[in-house]
Write a protein that binds this ligand. Structure first.
Ligand SMILES: NC(=O)c1ccc[n+]([C@@H]2O[C@H](COP(=O)([O-])OP(=O)(O)OC[C@H]3O[C@@H](n4cnc5c(N)ncnc54)[C@H](O)[C@@H]3O)[C@@H](O)[C@H]2O)c1
Length: 357
């Protein structure tokens, strides 16, 4: 067979194999290697793993990632149901190759070679629960998954969605420190949903298209630790005292609004998947070299005396290039910042104490 025809033949076989036996290509069950699977005729993209892919957030997020042109390989890992989710998603005619991995024995093959790992694994809130109530279960899940990351893809950028983000990000940092792989530029707690909600609610009040509204949200990702900076809204806008109170409360309690409306069936999933996909896209574009991409995220930080803080960060080829200053805050925001620090510190300390056990 001529070289070129042989190449094409291998590529077609590899694609078929990847779809039909998603995890076998990673476990040595097939002679075809991932390198061949990636050569699909489209431009090469990033390799992304989604951990907790069968869940309420995981499934719609998997779909949105499969539609992202910057992703060439998408690994779906969960402790249940990934074969079905993968088979279903693999029929969508976008260029990313999707592979499924199920159960803890397949965590490592799911992670080898990944460049971005997104973690929505864990349990969601029910009415009456705070994000902190999830701590005992989700802390252990995040620790285990991050140990896998440290071992199999230590250079990957990691997006942590599992709550309480204020504690799970410090846990992830400690796991990476213990493994000797910690790079604070590559670990980010996803707070994009707070920004997405803030943009939506502010746009409603101003009568604008939410697509043109940008609200920085700082602090953390739970209750009063979520602090929207309405004085820095783009386009520049002013709000009455009542509007500021209404917007701040609604943004801080947006998650609870959804938990109560779902009445026991979980927390935000569709809006969270949308937010996570937006943040993943921004991160990948920056990794690729696009300049000037700024997003809010909960990261290791020196903008306050707390070791982790959510604020605007400039993304780049290595993850976080720069943590931007908070900028001028008005009196209401300065008070909010003082109030949130105690609660945020307690959640960070709880995560650090768990990781030290
Ligand atoms: N950061 C945010 O803004 C934000 C917003 C909403 C929800 N969340 C959090 O995201 C998490 C997931 O929410 P959901 O609604 O998708 O929950 P879900 O219960 O619908 O899905 C969670 C998935 O994680 C899987 N899972 C459990 N243990 C695992 C493990 N060890 N390894 C891999 N997968 C595992 C489950 O099988 C399930 O498929 C929760 O902790 C929730 O609080 C975060």
């Amino acid at each position: 067979m001529a070289m070129e025809t042989q190449d094409r033949y291998h590529r077609r076989l590899a694609t078929l194999s990847a779809h039909l036996q998603p995890s076998s290509t990673q476990q040595g069950g097939s002679a075809l290697q991932m390198g061949i699977c990636r050569a699909k005729g489209s431009s090469p993209g990033f390799k992304v793993a989604l951990l907790g892919a069968s869940g309420g957030i995981g499934q719609p997020l998997a779909l949105l990632l499969k539609m992202n042109p910057h992703i060439s390989v998408l690994h779906l890992y969960d402790v249940v149901n990934t074969p079905g989710v993968t088979a279903d998603l693999s029929h969508t005619d976008t260029s990313a190759v999707v592979r499924g991995f199920v159960g803890k024995d397949q965590l490592e093959p799911a992670l080898v070679g990944m460049e971005l790992v997104i973690i929505p694994a864990g349990v969601p809130r029910k009415p009456g629960m705070t994000r902190d109530d999830l701590f005992n279960i989700n802390a252990g899940i995040v620790r285990t998954l991050c140990e896998g990351v440290a071992k199999c893809c230590p250079k990957a950028v990691v997006h942590v969605i599992s709550n309480p983000v204020n504690s799970t990000v410090p846990i992830a940092a400690e796991v990476f420190k213990k493994a000797g792989t910690y790079d604070p530029r590559r670990l980010m707690g996803v707070t994009t949903l707070d920004v997405v909600r803030a943009n939506t609610f502010v746009a409603e009040v101003l009568g604008l298209d939410p697509a043109i509204v940008k609200v920085p949200v700082i602090g953390g990702h739970a209750g009063i630790t979520i602090l929207p900076i309405l004085s820095q809204v783009t386009p520049p806008s002013s709000f009455t005292k009542d509007e500021v109170e209404y917007l701040t409360n609604r943004i801080q309690n947006g998650g609870t609004e959804v938990v109560e409306a779902k009445a026991g069936a979980g927390s935000a999933t569709l809006s969270m998947a949308f937010a996570a996909a937006k943040f993943a896209d921004a991160t990948l574009r920056a990794l690729k070299g696009e300049a000037g991409i700024v997003e809010c995220a909960f990261v290791a930080s020196q903008v306050t005396e707390l070791p982790f803080f959510a604020s605007k960060v400039l993304l780049g080829r290595n993850g976080i290039d720069e943590i931007l200053p908070l900028g001028p805050l008005n009196e209401y925001e300065r008070e909010g910042l003082i109030k949130l620090k105690g609660e945020l510190k307690a959640s960070i300390d709880k995560g650090l104490a768990f990781a030290a056990k």
